[in-house]
Design a protein around this ligand. Sequence first.
Ligand SMILES: *Cc1c(COP(=O)(O)O)cnc(C)c1O
Length: 367
Amino acid sequence: MPKPLPLRRIRDISFPPPPVLAEPDGLPDRTSLRLNLNESRLPASPRVAEAVARVVGDANTYPDHGCTALGALITRRTGVGADRLSFGNGSAELLVAAAMIAMEPGDEAVFPSPTFPTCAKGVQIAGGSIVNVPVTADGSHDMDAMLVAVTEKTRLFYICAPNNPTGGVVPADDLDRAIADVPTTCLLVIDEAYAEFAAHEGSADVLTALQSRSGPWVVTRSFSKAYALSGLRVGYALCSDTDIQHGLWQLRPNFNVNRVAQAAAVAAMSDTAHLDYILETTIRERQRLAGALTELGCRPFPSGANFLTIEMPVPSADVADALAAERIHVQSLPWPAGNGSLRITIGPAEEMDAVIAAVRRALEAAR
Ligand SMILES: *Cc1c(COP(=O)(O)O)cnc(C)c1O
């Protein structure tokens, strides 16, 4: 009997697609406040629009599959050579590919829980199994427990630094322990989608720490968050060696990073003053939001990212519904046990004022 299609393991993928935000007019709805996807609420560098205008006339030609200009800039910033870089249509594509180069049916992968689902989705695509290790009470990785969960079947170990959806950074000693103790037969994947925010506040330097690792690793980074290019879909991977890089390139769909996206990423990465403006505004407003919601009886978790996750004194889904009724969209999480929490993307002061006022109204109504 031929197997029914699609394949069982594909049909059984348990991670849902992202929310569809239909745009019948081809533009995002500006009458609602989107604080549920961790996009940048501040626009990209003005140099991006200029760069896009310069290249869009060449839309009839395929882009540079090698992403030469972008790669050269990334090499200058990171010291990682072009032969250890790969590029994705968002870092999500690279997180799936990282799982696919490491996993076969029967293999295991260790993840913190909750965390960003895309690498785990890659594990399911590859037919591997996911071993979830609950995060600590403050939303950090429980690195001891994660390392204990490693078996002879483990081929991938995932760290999300800072972790989405909790916000927790990975302390230097936890990072060093993982780098030393994750077996050399196992791919260490470090998802640094929020690296720029964490680095701005002095978090452990992942690339420097990885210099001591003898086993394989992949670090993924994104242009969707600090560089404010979610809509153009660009991410990159830094690899331990050229074999791992070759594996990621084998899985790259041809011309997966388009011409406009490459030019935009170069322009955004070149404008360090604009990056600093986004980082400083975001971190300042995140701290202000944390203070204001603490005064309302909520409990913010430590965050090193462009969002804040806050434990609610009443069921978080009810607060999220009340905010949605005011066209303010935030993400309600079932973590931690009890009332759960809200994950709120940080935006400029006026947006944070609106969210603080709406949470105050929702809590007053619930009490
Ligand atoms: C947003 C996010 C990504 C995906 O980013 P893209 O580059 O837009 O695909 C990856 N990892 C984490 C932890 C994220 O929060």
